[in-house]
Write a protein that binds this ligand. Sequence first.
Ligand SMILES: Cc1cc2nc3c(=O)[nH]c(=O)nc-3n(C[C@H](O)[C@H](O)[C@H](O)COP(=O)(O)O)c2cc1C
Length: 359
Amino acid sequence: MSGIWGNNLKISIFGESHGVGIGLTIDGIPSGFPIDLERINCEMERRAPGRNNLSTARKEGDKIEILSGLFEGKTTGTPLCGMIRNSDKRSKDYSKLKSLMRPGHADYTGNIRYDGFNDYRGGGHFSGRITAPLVFGGAICKQILESYGIKIVSHIKSIGSIEDESFNPVNVSDTLIEELPKMELPLINKALDNDIRNEILSAKSEGDSVGGIIECAIVNIDAGIGNPFFDSVESTLAHLLFSVPAVKGVEFGEGFNITKLRGSEANDEFYYDGDKVKTRSNNNGGILGGITSGMPVIFRVAIKPTASILKKQNTINIDEKRNEELNIEGRHDPCIVQRAVPVIESVAAIGILELLKGR
Ligand SMILES: Cc1cc2nc3c(=O)[nH]c(=O)nc-3n(C[C@H](O)[C@H](O)[C@H](O)COP(=O)(O)O)c2cc1C
């Protein structure tokens, strides 16, 4: 079984890239919560392809149809299901991928796992397109979290070797929280916009791709959310983040770099700011013992370079059991990072609502 996640909140995801449609059911959200559909559409737009020359030319409105769980603008409390119909399909582009396995993609593992019965068209259930329903679910969870004051914001920390600044780990500014979601390339240092575009376009012009890092902050979250074992904040978020296609690394706070610090540098010293407990640094990324400390939860996610590149590659023909060269056709992103930003925020929202409900 696959495609179902959660305990206090359950999500179930379905669909294939070139099938009838894709969607998500979310169960466990409160009844009577007013949903702002316009805001859901804005989130879907942030992920949708075809917005500029940095992403695939596949143009789909990603228009969500809500099939259940919403009545007169408010949640009913019963399973809320949203579906997106697939319209701009060119399955012909993918016919040779039935037997030629794309290096770096899931064609080979999907074929083995499902005994060759997987829908290979456009990557099927492994397509990045299946992240659109996650954004739908995340947009609902974000609205519910905002009613508790919790906000989730991200930026592109790097593309290839070009590095943006980092969030101030103890105080993510209101300006960034307001501005980043509106930016096509969400960057703290806006002056890097051109360099990043050129980096992506240069990979594209060579028929190649680039990867990067997304940094995400969850702010205004109370202390005391999460659990020490198994359902810690880190393990819950990591479970969801590693389910996003193309994610190859996740780190919280200082992450791997914390090993280079002495305890005296790594420890985040406590102090009272009025009656609020804060820490002067936030090397632990707002999490201690699997439980939120009340400081911003900060994590970074590594996104690999897009697997489907136009450059010629060596691979196998799984039907004829021989080695072959592969020239990929179809429409692919030279860089996934900017489109993955709302996906990362969305799964973070789903994870935090799950933990909040389990408190
Ligand atoms: C928003 C988004 C868009 C994506 N678009 C593409 C794409 O156009 N071409 C491609 O090869 N992979 C794309 N991917 C990534 C693949 O789906 C992913 O690499 C593949 O399923 C293998 O999974 P893995 O990289 O997690 O091992 C996209 C991922 C995301 C999150």
